[in-house]
Write a protein that binds this ligand. Structure first.
Ligand SMILES: Nc1ncnc2c1ncn2[C@@H]1O[C@H](COP(=O)(O)OP(=O)(O)OP(=O)(O)O)[C@@H](O)[C@H]1O
Length: 279
């Protein structure tokens, strides 16, 4: 069952547009949202959480978020924090108590202890990593059923990143919980994502279960002298190194591979590096 259905989402800026962005976020799973810089991840996420005007529909549990945003059930972590900078943590708690029907103050303070955030600190005094932890504590303490995370781990040190992923895994133990997780740190997705949505130049290129996503591609390597023997129409991107060339191809287009090529391991990182690259 899908928890969120995003259909024909269009958004136009002067130099960029989202083009009929359509994908689903399955209930009970972590969906990783990937794409190179500037390809439209944040614009899509801002539309999903109604921070953007857009055309199209975003259906969450039978509610069209475009018309009626359900902030009680949705937790958001992104750079644009919705918290007033002068609030200290005690005030944050008070404001959340008013704003959320299911606010659990005890749980909130227990997360703050776990994350080593002092109640007396003001929002403006927190580092990026601490703000991310605070937003995670808020999302978990109002019992959100959907977490929308825009590059949440990019300001975190490796141990906190691991802890963040562990907390998301704990959160996913409830089968009614769902996560959309945009990131450039593909190791995080390899450990916790079940599905991958891949956006490029404002268009959804693929939306698949993670293993199917990795099997969709092949990475082939050959010597410089054999680079022109490949079927160009199957090539999705290539990188010319000093002595070799790497090609990203669709696996279905390259079932039989000539012995001039060797297959390399496919990873989300290599797909990101090679996709759309011309030299
Ligand atoms: N408010 C805005 N006004 C005009 N253009 C914008 C605005 N916000 C984003 N853009 C443009 O839209 C494009 C997509 O930006 P977006 O932030 O969605 O990309 P992204 O995939 O999240 O990138 P990154 O990985 O770098 O965070 C970029 O070219 C950006 O300059």
């Amino acid at each position: 069952m899908n928890r969120v259905e995003i259909k024909n989402l269009n958004k136009k800026y002067s130099n960029f547009s989202l083009k009929n962005v359509t994908f689903s976020i399955p209930n009970g799973y972590v969906t990783g949202f990937i794409g190179k810089n500037g390809m439209g991840k944040t614009t899509t996420i801002k539309s999903i959480i109604s921070l953007n005007h857009y055309d199209g529909s975003v259906i969450f549990s039978n509610t069209n978020l475009h018309e009626n945003f359900d902030n009680q059930k949705i937790g958001v972590i992104m750079d644009d924090s919705f918290l007033a900078k002068d609030w200290d943590i005690t005030l944050v708690n008070k404001a959340m108590k008013v704003g959320y029907d299911n606010w659990n103050e005890e749980l909130f303070y227990s997360y703050l202890i776990r994350f080593s955030i002092n109640k007396k600190m003001k929002v403006k005094e927190l580092s990026r990593g601490m703000k991310i932890k605070l937003m995670l504590a808020i999302a978990l303490s109002h019992r959100a059923e959907l977490l929308v995370l825009d590059e949440p781990t990019s300001g975190l040190d490796p141990s906190m990143r691991e802890e963040f992923c562990e907390i998301i895994s704990e959160y996913m133990e409830d089968e009614n919980h769902t996560v959309l997780f945009s990131t450039h740190i593909t190791q995080d997705l390899e450990s916790i994502a079940d599905y991958i949505v891949f956006i490029d130049e404002g268009k959804i290129i693929l939306s698949l279960e993670k293993d199917e996503f990795l099997e969709y591609f092949k990475i082939l390597k050959c010597d410089l002298e054999h680079q022109n023997t490949i079927n160009e129409s199957a090539v999705l991107g290539k990188k010319i190194n000093q002595h070799s060339v790497e090609f990203l191809v669709r696996a279905d287009d390259m079932k039989a591979v000539s012995n001039k090529f060797i297959e390399d391991k496919v990873s989300i990182d290599r797909i990101m590096v090679l996709y759309g690259r011309k030299k």
